[in-house]
Design a protein around this ligand. Structure first.
Ligand code: SF4
Ligand code: MG
Length: 340
């Protein structure tokens, strides 16, 4: 069976306007040739620091803009080049939950109308009674009281609003939900509740999730697989356990070193990367991470590494883009899991 979502060599370059004649003076290479897939019912976490291009990937999948190059295939159908009219019936199948539950809900609409809108737009209800019933069921699904549909967004807490945001996404009966930093703005305890809710819903409804986050500690509780982005590229993809136990890209290793370990005395050694993330307007040649990598060697500065399965990966499906894995294990600091 084909994957639910198959993204191939996706590029999104934003032109920079300016200059004397107002022409294009350069490009922001926000997403620069990335490939991944999501299976039905699967969560893929897309992680990386802000500005790495992960939200742009989410928007490309939602078809919020035209992409520069590549393909986005949903359930066997190519959607990146579809016209708005052809895309319409497919739009329903990919929905989004945004980061900020305070600005993503229309303050002038009651919850009932917020939830009824997508049901109407996609023509999902048979009649007024069915519409009302669907709205009530959505409230049950996100564990909010049915009579709260008469209230306004400002009457709810942040966590409750995010539940409404999730209910609105579910109203369209999607196969895939893009969660763009969906829990990042919430307090720690509320975060855990929303993560649990998303996990329950995934099981109940067989949903697939693209969970975009900069927070690896949350991702660890949430996902099946992880894709790590750096400066417009995916540098590593792996099943969660394999990635957390034995990362095969130096950038992932550094990100993980900052995640607190719950066991006392089991603290990972924190790796502080030098310098800042370079500009996506003028990304470094060769490996894009070479200006900050603690293991950089000559080849990294000229030749771009491709995603490939390292010999020493713990699980199938674990790929990383790093020249270290072409070296003998004795010269590869990521050949074995640290502490083994
Ligand atoms: Fe570091 Fe070189 Fe691997 Fe890039 S290819 S991550 S610079 S070791
Ligand atoms: Mg973002």
């Amino acid at each position: 069976m084909t994957a639910l979502l198959e993204v191939t060599e996706l590029k999104k370059h934003f032109p920079i306007r300016g200059g004397f004649f107002g022409g294009t003076t350069g490009h922001v290479y926000a997403v620069d040739g990335i490939s991944f897939h999501i299976e039905r019912g699967e969560t893929l976490a897309l992680v990386g620091e802000s500005g790495c291009g992960k939200s742009t990937v989410g928007k490309a999948i939602l078809r919020l803009f035209d992409i520069t190059a590549g393909q986005v295939v949903l359930d066997g159908k190519r959607i990146d080049d579809m016209t708005a009219a052809t895309l319409r019936p497919l739009r329903r199948r990919v929905q989004v939950v945004f980061q900020d539950p305070f600005s993503s809900l229309n303050p002038r609409m009651r919850v009932r109308d917020i939830l009824a809108e997508p049901i109407r737009n996609f023509g999902l209800a048979r009649d007024a009674r069915d519409l009302e019933e669907r709205v009530a069921k959505l409230m049950d699904t996100v564990r909010l009281p049915r009579d709260a549909v008469n209230r306004w967004p400002h009457e709810f807490s942040g966590g409750q609003r995010q539940r409404i945001g999730i209910a609105r996404a579910l109203a369209a009966e999607p196969d895939l939900i893009v969660c763009d930093e969906a829990v990042s703005a919430l307090d720690v305890s509320v975060k855990a509740q929303i993560v649990n809710l998303l996990q329950d819903l995934q099981q109940e409804l067989g949903l697939a999730l693209l969970f975009i986050s900069h927070d690896l500690a949350i991702v660890e509780h949430m996902t099946h697989r992880v894709a790590v982005m750096y400066l417009g590229k995916i540098v590593e993809v792996a099943p969660k356990r394999s990635l957390f136990a034995a990362p095969k890209h130096p950038y992932t290793e550094a990100l993980l070193s900052a995640v607190p370990v719950p066991m006392p005395g089991a603290q990972r050694e924190r790796i502080i990367l030098r310098g800042d993330v370079p500009s996506p307007i003028n990304p470094p040649k060769g490996c894009r991470f070479h200006t900050r990598c603690p293991y950089v060697f000559d080849r990294c500065r000229t030749e771009e590494p491709k995603l490939a399965a390292p010999r020493t990966a713990m699980a199938p499906g674990h790929v990383a883009a790093c020249h270290l894995h072409d070296r003998p294990d004795s010269e590869n600091p990521l050949a074995v899991a640290k502490g083994e």
